[in-house]
Design a protein around this ligand. Structure first.
Ligand SMILES: [Mn+2]
Length: 381
Protein backbone atom coordinates (compact mmCIF):
# COMPACT_ATOMS: atom_id res chain seq x y z
CA UNK A 1 0.00 0.00 0.00
CA UNK A 2 1.68 3.16 -1.24
CA UNK A 3 0.65 6.77 -1.26
CA UNK A 4 2.08 10.13 -2.27
CA UNK A 5 2.40 12.87 0.33
CA UNK A 6 2.57 16.35 -1.19
CA UNK A 7 2.12 19.86 0.26
CA UNK A 8 2.75 23.59 -0.09
CA UNK A 9 2.52 23.92 -3.86
CA UNK A 10 1.44 27.59 -3.56
CA UNK A 11 -0.11 27.83 -7.04
CA UNK A 12 -0.78 31.35 -8.20
CA UNK A 13 2.21 32.80 -6.39
CA UNK A 14 3.93 35.40 -8.54
CA UNK A 15 7.32 35.74 -6.85
CA UNK A 16 8.89 39.20 -7.22
CA UNK A 17 5.89 40.11 -9.36
CA UNK A 18 7.30 37.98 -12.21
CA UNK A 19 4.96 36.03 -14.44
CA UNK A 20 7.88 33.63 -15.15
CA UNK A 21 8.02 32.74 -11.47
CA UNK A 22 4.28 32.12 -11.42
CA UNK A 23 4.80 29.77 -14.38
CA UNK A 24 7.62 28.00 -12.53
CA UNK A 25 5.23 27.07 -9.73
CA UNK A 26 2.73 25.72 -12.29
CA UNK A 27 5.43 23.84 -14.16
CA UNK A 28 6.80 22.08 -11.09
CA UNK A 29 3.24 21.16 -10.04
CA UNK A 30 2.55 19.60 -13.45
CA UNK A 31 5.83 17.74 -13.17
CA UNK A 32 4.80 16.47 -9.74
CA UNK A 33 1.55 15.12 -11.19
CA UNK A 34 3.45 13.44 -14.08
CA UNK A 35 5.70 11.79 -11.52
CA UNK A 36 2.74 10.72 -9.35
CA UNK A 37 1.15 9.04 -12.35
CA UNK A 38 4.43 7.26 -13.17
CA UNK A 39 4.69 5.99 -9.58
CA UNK A 40 1.08 4.74 -9.57
CA UNK A 41 0.38 5.10 -5.82
CA UNK A 42 -2.91 3.90 -4.31
CA UNK A 43 -3.80 7.47 -3.37
CA UNK A 44 -2.44 11.00 -2.92
CA UNK A 45 -2.55 13.32 0.10
CA UNK A 46 -2.11 17.09 -0.29
CA UNK A 47 -1.47 18.64 3.13
CA UNK A 48 -2.48 22.23 2.40
CA UNK A 49 -1.35 25.46 0.75
CA UNK A 50 -2.37 24.08 -2.61
CA UNK A 51 -2.85 27.72 -3.60
CA UNK A 52 -1.08 30.90 -2.61
CA UNK A 53 -4.35 32.75 -2.05
CA UNK A 54 -7.83 31.86 -0.92
CA UNK A 55 -9.04 33.44 -4.18
CA UNK A 56 -6.59 31.95 -6.66
CA UNK A 57 -6.09 33.26 -10.21
CA UNK A 58 -8.14 31.35 -12.78
CA UNK A 59 -5.06 29.75 -14.27
CA UNK A 60 -4.16 28.25 -10.89
CA UNK A 61 -7.70 26.88 -10.56
CA UNK A 62 -7.50 25.36 -14.05
CA UNK A 63 -4.07 23.84 -13.41
CA UNK A 64 -5.46 21.99 -10.42
CA UNK A 65 -8.64 21.00 -12.27
CA UNK A 66 -6.54 19.44 -15.02
CA UNK A 67 -4.42 17.59 -12.46
CA UNK A 68 -7.44 16.27 -10.56
CA UNK A 69 -9.02 15.04 -13.79
CA UNK A 70 -5.80 13.27 -14.79
CA UNK A 71 -5.63 11.55 -11.41
CA UNK A 72 -9.31 10.60 -11.70
CA UNK A 73 -8.68 9.07 -15.10
CA UNK A 74 -5.81 7.05 -13.62
CA UNK A 75 -8.10 6.05 -10.71
CA UNK A 76 -5.81 7.61 -8.11
CA UNK A 77 -7.91 9.22 -5.35
CA UNK A 78 -6.70 12.49 -3.81
CA UNK A 79 -7.31 13.70 -0.26
CA UNK A 80 -6.68 17.29 0.78
CA UNK A 81 -6.93 19.79 3.60
CA UNK A 82 -6.86 23.58 3.50
CA UNK A 83 -3.65 25.32 4.56
CA UNK A 84 -3.35 28.83 5.97
CA UNK A 85 -2.93 30.23 2.46
CA UNK A 86 -6.09 28.51 1.18
CA UNK A 87 -8.31 29.90 3.90
CA UNK A 88 -9.98 33.23 4.40
CA UNK A 89 -10.02 33.94 8.10
CA UNK A 90 -13.76 34.18 8.29
CA UNK A 91 -16.17 31.86 10.01
CA UNK A 92 -17.61 29.16 7.70
CA UNK A 93 -15.49 30.35 4.76
CA UNK A 94 -14.89 27.62 2.18
CA UNK A 95 -11.42 26.88 0.78
CA UNK A 96 -11.08 26.72 -3.05
CA UNK A 97 -10.37 22.96 -2.82
CA UNK A 98 -14.14 22.51 -2.42
CA UNK A 99 -14.52 23.31 -6.15
CA UNK A 100 -13.04 19.92 -7.05
CA UNK A 101 -15.30 17.78 -4.88
CA UNK A 102 -17.37 16.70 -7.88
CA UNK A 103 -14.14 15.94 -9.77
CA UNK A 104 -13.20 13.45 -7.08
CA UNK A 105 -11.09 15.44 -4.61
CA UNK A 106 -11.86 14.37 -1.05
CA UNK A 107 -11.67 17.36 1.25
CA UNK A 108 -10.95 16.60 4.90
CA UNK A 109 -12.77 19.24 6.94
CA UNK A 110 -14.42 19.73 10.34
CA UNK A 111 -17.65 18.49 8.71
CA UNK A 112 -15.96 15.42 7.28
CA UNK A 113 -12.93 14.79 9.50
CA UNK A 114 -11.99 11.40 8.09
CA UNK A 115 -12.27 8.98 5.18
CA UNK A 116 -11.51 5.32 4.68
CA UNK A 117 -9.38 4.32 1.74
CA UNK A 118 -9.76 0.53 1.79
CA UNK A 119 -8.78 -0.24 5.37
CA UNK A 120 -6.65 2.90 5.76
CA UNK A 121 -8.00 5.63 8.04
CA UNK A 122 -7.22 9.14 6.72
CA UNK A 123 -8.22 11.86 9.19
CA UNK A 124 -7.28 15.45 9.82
CA UNK A 125 -8.24 19.08 10.07
CA UNK A 126 -7.65 22.30 8.13
CA UNK A 127 -5.17 24.91 9.31
CA UNK A 128 -6.18 26.37 12.65
CA UNK A 129 -4.69 29.55 14.09
CA UNK A 130 -2.93 29.58 17.45
CA UNK A 131 -5.87 31.53 18.81
CA UNK A 132 -8.13 28.51 18.20
CA UNK A 133 -5.59 25.83 19.10
CA UNK A 134 -7.76 24.51 21.96
CA UNK A 135 -10.45 23.66 19.45
CA UNK A 136 -7.90 21.94 17.21
CA UNK A 137 -6.55 19.86 20.11
CA UNK A 138 -10.11 18.74 20.90
CA UNK A 139 -10.60 17.82 17.24
CA UNK A 140 -7.39 15.82 17.29
CA UNK A 141 -8.60 13.83 20.29
CA UNK A 142 -11.86 13.04 18.49
CA UNK A 143 -10.05 12.01 15.31
CA UNK A 144 -7.80 9.74 17.35
CA UNK A 145 -10.86 8.09 18.94
CA UNK A 146 -12.47 7.54 15.53
CA UNK A 147 -9.28 5.94 14.23
CA UNK A 148 -9.02 3.30 16.97
CA UNK A 149 -10.44 0.32 15.11
CA UNK A 150 -8.35 0.69 11.98
CA UNK A 151 -5.05 -1.01 11.40
CA UNK A 152 -3.45 1.76 9.32
CA UNK A 153 -3.98 5.35 10.42
CA UNK A 154 -2.87 8.61 8.79
CA UNK A 155 -3.21 12.07 10.33
CA UNK A 156 -3.26 15.05 7.94
CA UNK A 157 -2.54 18.55 9.30
CA UNK A 158 -1.23 21.90 8.13
CA UNK A 159 0.31 23.37 11.25
CA UNK A 160 3.51 24.72 12.70
CA UNK A 161 4.72 22.67 15.64
CA UNK A 162 7.08 24.03 18.29
CA UNK A 163 9.67 21.32 17.58
CA UNK A 164 10.09 22.53 13.98
CA UNK A 165 9.28 26.24 14.12
CA UNK A 166 9.97 27.40 17.67
CA UNK A 167 8.62 30.96 17.17
CA UNK A 168 5.59 30.60 14.94
CA UNK A 169 3.92 27.39 15.99
CA UNK A 170 0.23 26.87 16.71
CA UNK A 171 0.49 23.60 18.60
CA UNK A 172 3.15 21.78 20.58
CA UNK A 173 4.53 18.39 19.71
CA UNK A 174 2.90 17.03 22.88
CA UNK A 175 -0.52 18.00 21.49
CA UNK A 176 -0.15 15.68 18.49
CA UNK A 177 -1.60 12.21 19.16
CA UNK A 178 1.07 9.53 18.93
CA UNK A 179 -1.04 6.61 17.78
CA UNK A 180 -0.94 7.33 14.04
CA UNK A 181 1.28 5.34 11.68
CA UNK A 182 2.02 8.40 9.60
CA UNK A 183 1.55 12.13 10.24
CA UNK A 184 1.21 13.74 6.79
CA UNK A 185 1.87 17.36 7.62
CA UNK A 186 2.23 20.59 5.67
CA UNK A 187 3.26 24.18 6.45
CA UNK A 188 6.98 23.78 7.11
CA UNK A 189 8.68 24.38 3.76
CA UNK A 190 11.79 22.39 4.65
CA UNK A 191 11.75 18.62 4.38
CA UNK A 192 11.26 16.81 7.68
CA UNK A 193 11.06 13.10 8.49
CA UNK A 194 10.95 12.18 12.15
CA UNK A 195 10.24 9.12 14.25
CA UNK A 196 7.07 9.83 16.15
CA UNK A 197 5.22 7.46 18.47
CA UNK A 198 5.21 4.11 16.72
CA UNK A 199 5.32 5.73 13.30
CA UNK A 200 6.63 8.70 11.35
CA UNK A 201 5.92 12.41 11.20
CA UNK A 202 6.78 14.10 7.92
CA UNK A 203 6.70 17.41 6.10
CA UNK A 204 7.48 17.05 2.37
CA UNK A 205 8.24 20.80 2.16
CA UNK A 206 7.30 23.22 -0.58
CA UNK A 207 7.63 22.15 -4.22
CA UNK A 208 9.32 25.39 -5.34
CA UNK A 209 11.54 27.97 -3.63
CA UNK A 210 8.88 30.19 -2.08
CA UNK A 211 11.25 32.29 0.03
CA UNK A 212 14.94 32.82 -0.64
CA UNK A 213 15.77 31.27 2.74
CA UNK A 214 14.66 27.91 1.29
CA UNK A 215 17.63 27.80 -1.09
CA UNK A 216 20.03 26.15 1.37
CA UNK A 217 17.48 23.48 2.29
CA UNK A 218 16.78 22.84 -1.40
CA UNK A 219 20.49 22.36 -2.15
CA UNK A 220 20.78 19.91 0.73
CA UNK A 221 17.54 17.93 0.49
CA UNK A 222 15.98 18.75 -2.87
CA UNK A 223 12.34 19.68 -3.37
CA UNK A 224 9.46 17.40 -4.23
CA UNK A 225 7.25 14.93 -2.39
CA UNK A 226 7.29 11.66 -0.49
CA UNK A 227 6.30 8.23 -1.70
CA UNK A 228 5.22 6.36 1.43
CA UNK A 229 4.76 2.63 1.83
CA UNK A 230 2.64 1.82 4.87
CA UNK A 231 2.42 -1.93 4.35
CA UNK A 232 5.03 -2.78 6.97
CA UNK A 233 5.31 -2.20 10.71
CA UNK A 234 6.97 1.21 10.20
CA UNK A 235 6.27 3.35 7.11
CA UNK A 236 8.99 3.48 4.50
CA UNK A 237 9.48 6.92 3.00
CA UNK A 238 11.14 7.63 -0.32
CA UNK A 239 12.17 11.15 -1.35
CA UNK A 240 10.98 11.99 -4.85
CA UNK A 241 12.86 15.03 -6.10
CA UNK A 242 11.53 17.31 -8.81
CA UNK A 243 13.63 19.28 -11.22
CA UNK A 244 13.08 22.97 -10.53
CA UNK A 245 12.65 25.07 -13.68
CA UNK A 246 15.49 27.49 -12.83
CA UNK A 247 18.46 27.98 -10.55
CA UNK A 248 18.32 30.21 -7.52
CA UNK A 249 21.86 31.48 -6.93
CA UNK A 250 23.08 33.19 -3.77
CA UNK A 251 26.49 34.87 -3.71
CA UNK A 252 28.28 36.96 -1.11
CA UNK A 253 31.11 39.05 -2.51
CA UNK A 254 33.50 41.46 -0.80
CA UNK A 255 33.36 44.96 -2.22
CA UNK A 256 37.11 45.06 -2.89
CA UNK A 257 36.76 42.03 -5.23
CA UNK A 258 33.61 43.29 -6.93
CA UNK A 259 34.88 43.31 -10.53
CA UNK A 260 36.58 39.92 -10.57
CA UNK A 261 33.70 38.26 -8.73
CA UNK A 262 31.18 39.78 -11.11
CA UNK A 263 32.99 38.41 -14.14
CA UNK A 264 33.12 34.96 -12.53
CA UNK A 265 29.37 35.08 -11.81
CA UNK A 266 28.69 36.47 -15.27
CA UNK A 267 30.48 33.57 -16.85
CA UNK A 268 28.41 31.10 -14.85
CA UNK A 269 24.99 32.68 -15.38
CA UNK A 270 25.58 33.21 -19.09
CA UNK A 271 26.16 29.46 -19.52
CA UNK A 272 22.76 28.47 -18.10
CA UNK A 273 19.87 27.41 -20.33
CA UNK A 274 17.24 29.09 -18.19
CA UNK A 275 17.78 32.52 -16.69
CA UNK A 276 18.37 32.14 -12.94
CA UNK A 277 17.31 34.24 -9.97
CA UNK A 278 20.48 35.78 -8.60
CA UNK A 279 20.85 37.18 -5.11
CA UNK A 280 24.06 39.04 -4.42
CA UNK A 281 25.20 40.35 -1.07
CA UNK A 282 28.00 42.90 -1.33
CA UNK A 283 29.84 43.34 1.94
CA UNK A 284 32.65 45.30 3.55
CA UNK A 285 33.85 48.78 2.75
CA UNK A 286 32.37 52.19 2.23
CA UNK A 287 30.60 52.20 -1.09
CA UNK A 288 27.70 53.86 -2.75
CA UNK A 289 24.79 51.45 -2.91
CA UNK A 290 23.33 52.98 -6.00
CA UNK A 291 26.61 52.68 -7.89
CA UNK A 292 27.07 49.05 -6.87
CA UNK A 293 23.45 48.40 -7.80
CA UNK A 294 24.06 49.89 -11.24
CA UNK A 295 27.23 47.83 -11.72
CA UNK A 296 25.50 44.60 -10.70
CA UNK A 297 22.57 45.14 -13.00
CA UNK A 298 24.70 46.33 -15.86
CA UNK A 299 26.90 43.23 -15.91
CA UNK A 300 24.39 40.55 -14.90
CA UNK A 301 20.79 41.41 -15.67
CA UNK A 302 20.79 40.30 -19.30
CA UNK A 303 21.55 36.71 -18.14
CA UNK A 304 19.22 36.64 -15.13
CA UNK A 305 15.48 36.67 -14.65
CA UNK A 306 16.05 38.85 -11.60
CA UNK A 307 19.06 40.28 -9.83
CA UNK A 308 18.38 40.99 -6.19
CA UNK A 309 20.99 42.78 -4.17
CA UNK A 310 21.79 43.17 -0.54
CA UNK A 311 24.38 45.36 1.11
CA UNK A 312 26.34 44.77 4.25
CA UNK A 313 28.85 47.57 4.83
CA UNK A 314 30.03 45.67 7.89
CA UNK A 315 31.59 42.24 7.28
CA UNK A 316 31.41 39.23 9.56
CA UNK A 317 35.08 39.90 10.34
CA UNK A 318 34.32 43.50 11.39
CA UNK A 319 31.52 42.31 13.60
CA UNK A 320 33.91 39.95 15.35
CA UNK A 321 36.35 42.79 15.98
CA UNK A 322 33.60 44.95 17.38
CA UNK A 323 32.85 42.12 19.73
CA UNK A 324 36.47 41.52 20.79
CA UNK A 325 37.36 45.16 21.26
CA UNK A 326 34.47 45.82 23.60
CA UNK A 327 36.05 45.79 27.05
CA UNK A 328 32.70 45.85 28.84
CA UNK A 329 31.66 42.80 26.85
CA UNK A 330 29.21 42.58 24.00
CA UNK A 331 26.96 45.59 23.56
CA UNK A 332 24.25 44.24 21.29
CA UNK A 333 22.43 47.55 21.28
CA UNK A 334 25.53 49.26 19.85
CA UNK A 335 25.99 46.47 17.31
CA UNK A 336 22.43 46.85 16.06
CA UNK A 337 22.80 50.61 15.84
CA UNK A 338 26.06 50.15 14.00
CA UNK A 339 24.73 47.70 11.44
CA UNK A 340 21.56 49.72 10.88
CA UNK A 341 23.31 53.06 10.63
CA UNK A 342 23.09 52.87 6.88
CA UNK A 343 19.33 52.86 6.97
CA UNK A 344 19.69 56.31 8.36
CA UNK A 345 16.37 55.71 9.96
CA UNK A 346 16.01 56.35 13.62
CA UNK A 347 12.62 54.65 13.78
CA UNK A 348 13.88 51.29 12.47
CA UNK A 349 16.77 51.59 14.86
CA UNK A 350 14.51 52.21 17.79
CA UNK A 351 12.25 49.30 16.81
CA UNK A 352 15.19 46.88 16.53
CA UNK A 353 16.81 47.75 19.85
CA UNK A 354 13.40 47.99 21.55
CA UNK A 355 12.35 44.57 20.27
CA UNK A 356 15.63 43.08 21.42
CA UNK A 357 15.01 44.38 24.93
CA UNK A 358 11.34 43.38 25.22
CA UNK A 359 11.86 39.95 23.68
CA UNK A 360 14.83 39.11 25.86
CA UNK A 361 12.80 40.25 28.88
CA UNK A 362 10.02 37.97 27.68
CA UNK A 363 7.51 40.82 27.39
CA UNK A 364 5.81 39.65 24.20
CA UNK A 365 2.79 41.92 24.68
CA UNK A 366 5.02 44.99 24.76
CA UNK A 367 6.98 43.77 21.73
CA UNK A 368 3.75 43.24 19.81
CA UNK A 369 2.55 46.75 20.69
CA UNK A 370 5.86 48.21 19.54
CA UNK A 371 5.58 46.50 16.16
CA UNK A 372 1.96 47.57 15.74
CA UNK A 373 2.83 51.17 16.59
CA UNK A 374 5.72 51.05 14.15
CA UNK A 375 3.57 49.92 11.23
CA UNK A 376 0.69 52.21 12.09
CA UNK A 377 3.07 55.13 12.04
CA UNK A 378 4.60 53.88 8.80
CA UNK A 379 1.28 53.69 6.98
CA UNK A 380 0.05 56.97 8.38
CA UNK A 381 2.57 58.74 6.25
MN1 LIG B 1 3.07 27.03 2.86
Amino acid sequence: MQFVHLADTHLGYRQYGLVERENDFFQVFDEAIDEVIRERPDFVIHSGDLFEYSRPPTRALLTVQKAILRLKEEKIPIYAIAGNHDIVMRKNALPPQILYRDFGLKLISPKKPFYLEGDVFIGGAPYTSKYHSKQLIERLQNIEKSSHDYKKRILVLHQGIDRYIPYEYEIKIGDVPQSFNYCAFGHVHERVIDDFGEGKLAYPGSTEIWRSNEVEGYKKNGKGFYLVDISGEVPEIENINLKLPREFIKETIPFNKLQEELSRIRQHVSSLHTKPILMVTVEGGNFSRSEVYETLNHSLSEFCLAVRSNYKPITVEDEKNLFENGKEGLDIKKMIEHSLKDFNNEKVNRLATGLLKELSDGDFKMAETMVQDFYEELYDH
